[in-house]
Write a protein that binds this ligand. Structure first.
Ligand code: GTP
Ligand code: MG
Length: 271
């Protein structure tokens, strides 16, 4: 989830290719009816059901109304989604690349109902909210990014993580500074001479604090360690891998067959 252009699809493709480097498989499916090209291997695509250009042409809607219509159409046809999701196995890990219209997560209950349906079908779901790091690199912007994320958190009622995309485009020291002030008590050190604005900012940050931890995980798509860090947080939220059977064959067979690479847990090497 996340605002338009924040890097949701890039997150999906980066995690899919990162997973393949650690011998793990991540499926990605597209739920954005406006998307036409994907940088990932797409397991299924909402365009099988409905697309924004078709709705715009047939119903004379604009792009935003068209997208809302498509998502409402998806809600009316959840059986399609259920059928497509049912094709995955019990251990499969799936990313759903969602549209970039922020209202879908914060104002209208459309994505909430999609998430509820997924949970009802037995899927463990984590909401990954992607925010562009270049939009949160000063205090007022950080507060507004936090509020956006908080609104999605409250509306979606899912285990939730916030990912700061495009971290490679901002100064690392600046980003660290922003990530370090995720506490209302430190805000006063960071704000300007406008005392009224300072008080407002502090109050909003206290509110965010009270809702407990709107924290952001910086993600650099070019850095495997950073991708692993984000993936580990998402895994933790869905408790992925916790029920995995640990294959101890390799340990049992130590010294018996030097060519046997043995097995690993579901995580693959080094985990
Ligand atoms: N440098 C850099 N560019 C990024 C990163 N993530 C996304 N971009 C660029 O930002 C633009 C938008 O990225 P997308 O992944 O399409 O964003 P999106 O959230 O899926 O966009 P919509 O689906 O249209 O809402 C593209 O040009 C990406 O190449 C990143 O981590 N670093
Ligand atoms: Mg996208």
């Amino acid at each position: 989830m996340g605002p338009a252009g924040s890097g949701k699809s890039t997150y999906c493709s980066a995690l899919q290719s990162h997973a393949s480097t650690v011998r793990r498989r991540i499926h990605v499916a597209n739920l954005d009816p406006a998307a036409e090209r994907f940088g990932y291997d797409c397991a299924f695509d909402i365009s099988e059901l409905v697309t924004v250009p078709d709705v715009m042409e047939e119903l004379s809607y604009g792009p935003n109304g068209g997208l809302l219509y498509c998502m409402e159409y998806l809600l009316e046809n959840l059986a399609w989604l259920h059928e497509r999701m049912d094709e995955f196995g019990e251990e499969d890990y799936v990313l759903l690349d969602c549209p970039g219209q922020i209202e879908l997560y914060t104002h209208v209950p459309i994505m909430r109902r999609v998430a509820d349906a997924l949970q009802g079908w037995g899927f463990a779901v984590v909401g990954v909210f992607v925010v562009d790091a270049t939009f949160v690199c000063d205090v007022p912007k950080f507060v507004s990014g936090s509020l956006l994320s908080l609104a999605a958190m409250v509306q979606m009622e899912l285990p939730h993580i916030n990912v700061l995309s495009k971290s490679d485009l901002v100064d690392a020291a600046e980003l660290d500074k922003i990530l370090d002030i995720q506490s209302a008590s430190q805000i006063s050190l960071e704000t300007s001479s406008n005392s009224k604005l300072n008080r407002l900012t502090r109050s909003i940050m206290s509110l965010i604090d009270d809702f407990s931890q709107v924290t952001f995980l910086p993600m650099n798509v070019n850095d495997e360690e950073s991708l692993e860090f984000v993936l580990a947080h998402a895994d933790h939220c869905v408790q992925w891998g916790e029920d995995a059977d640990v294959d101890t064959t390799a340990m049992d067979n130590v010294g018996e067959d030097p060519n046997d690479e043995g097995g690993g847990g579901t995580y693959g090497d080094g985990e």
